[in-house]
Design a protein around this ligand. Sequence first.
Ligand SMILES: Cc1ncc(C[n+]2csc(CCOP(=O)(O)OP(=O)(O)O)c2C)c(N)n1
Length: 557
Amino acid sequence: MAKIIVDSLYNAGVRVVFGIPGAKVDSIFDTLSDHPEIKLIVCRHEQNAAFMAAATGRITGVPGVCIATSGPGAGNLTTGLVTATTEGDPVVAIVGSVPRMLNTKHTHQSMKALDILGPTSKSAMNIDVEDVAAEIVLAAFRTATTSPKGAAVVNLPMDIASGKSKITAFQPSAFKAPLYGPAPPASIHKVARLLEQAKRPVLFLGQRASSHVVVEALHEFLAKHKVAVVETFQAAGAISEELAPQVFFGRVGLFRNQIGDRLLQNSDLIITLGYDPTEYEANAWNPSSKLPIVHVDYTSCEFGSHYHPDIELLGSVRETILALATEVSHVNSPMDDSLCQSLQQEASTQIQQMQATRETAKGSRVHPLHFVAALQARVSPSTTVTCDVGTVYIYIMRHFRAYQPRRLLCSNGQQTLGVGMPWAIAASLSQSPPCSDKVVSLSGDGGFMFSSQELSTAVQQRCNITHFIWNDEAFNMVEFQEEMKYGRSSGIALGGVDFVKYAEAFGAKGFRVHDAGELEKVMEEALAFEGVALVDVRIDYSHAKDLAGNLLQDSVG
Ligand SMILES: Cc1ncc(C[n+]2csc(CCOP(=O)(O)OP(=O)(O)O)c2C)c(N)n1
């Protein structure tokens, strides 16, 4: 049976799996020993195995695979799987369970895994008899890769794991996701006319607009028609360096106070591409409910009082964009619009201010914008940067530029703490050859401790990762919002960890930045270090509340 499963993984294109063994799944681990073409990464916690699988799915497009034993092993996958499903990352999770005979009994490591994991995933299926194993594994892959993508769980009872079947793994062609066509021509025709007539149209990119195939089509569209673009955090990198000065108006999310929000507020046609409300709900960016919307996605929208598109273009987002590119004859370019010009002016002033922070920062803790500018200057557009949740992510996702898809990764649907380091490991392992280029990851000191045991995995796998901890000895993102709400904070104190010694204990290299004056030198050394480096950066969050200030007001009604 384990061979059928491992062959299925191989035929699906899987070349790396993440997991932790246990008696219920050890036959799969045993079989993997004879299949070096699939690399087994043993993690230090199942949650992190699920995070790594999700990042692998997001980066490569082939579902990431995680394997866990019954009971606590399966239970530990929940947060990782719900994060993957919410954020559109294809994952197949294989979990072991007690033999069928014991399923209804109170027995060792028994748990109704499908009842627990079902709500976290797109599907959760049990292999009831040996002869359906190949079909169920195939179905899980097909479910995980059908948009909106997400996690699919396969439950493998222990007695089935040691059983046999004549029905072997399906061929690679069965694992290929079926293709969609463009939206119907009549609807494309209508939207093309709306786009030609709109004075200030905006393309609003969401998480499903950041795949390589969609981005390629988007570049083709924008090369012909210059339409202003705003993106969510997970769409980062969809606009190339060449196109950005002409069309890009930044990222939006969390607090409605960005340049992109002002553009959306003043647009007379918003075309959302692969938009998912989990990233930035429409009641936040369209409180008046007055903005005219066209929805372009694989599936119909969650229609509501704040998100009520006039037209939905359903089908392949890529094919629909390409069809629109041909159908549209002309558009009103943001370069000829005075509001767009002044917003772009404001954006470049922001960048200059960021540079200035860099020059004036000496003698104090590191200002977040100083860090962003220093890092931006030292990484190439092809560097993968993974960012954990926290105030750190607000600064990074607003200000760090990315010009290639899926190079700047964050968890914006569930905002799950702890993804930073596991995602960096997955990114490093998905390189060809593995661990060949530097991966950068970032977290707060709180988020880092959610998955910091994976430093051990990173070192063991010889990853090339520099992880920066923005250390304020607190859960700042909660702290500053509590202060704004209640005038004080509670439950946010951390601290007392020497991260340099921590790194050394795992065989990684530790660095520390006490003072902004030493940031750039230490950053350079840490980025040049071949292997796993951990950098403790004393960060200055004294202006964090500004991130939530100056919210746009709209007359609601
Ligand atoms: C798993 C999980 N638990 C709790 C939260 C709530 N939460 C969001 S941000 C945050 C604080 C993050 O602190 P830290 O990692 O130190 O980053 P900082 O905000 O200080 O930059 C918390 C507790 C969450 N998003 N995810």
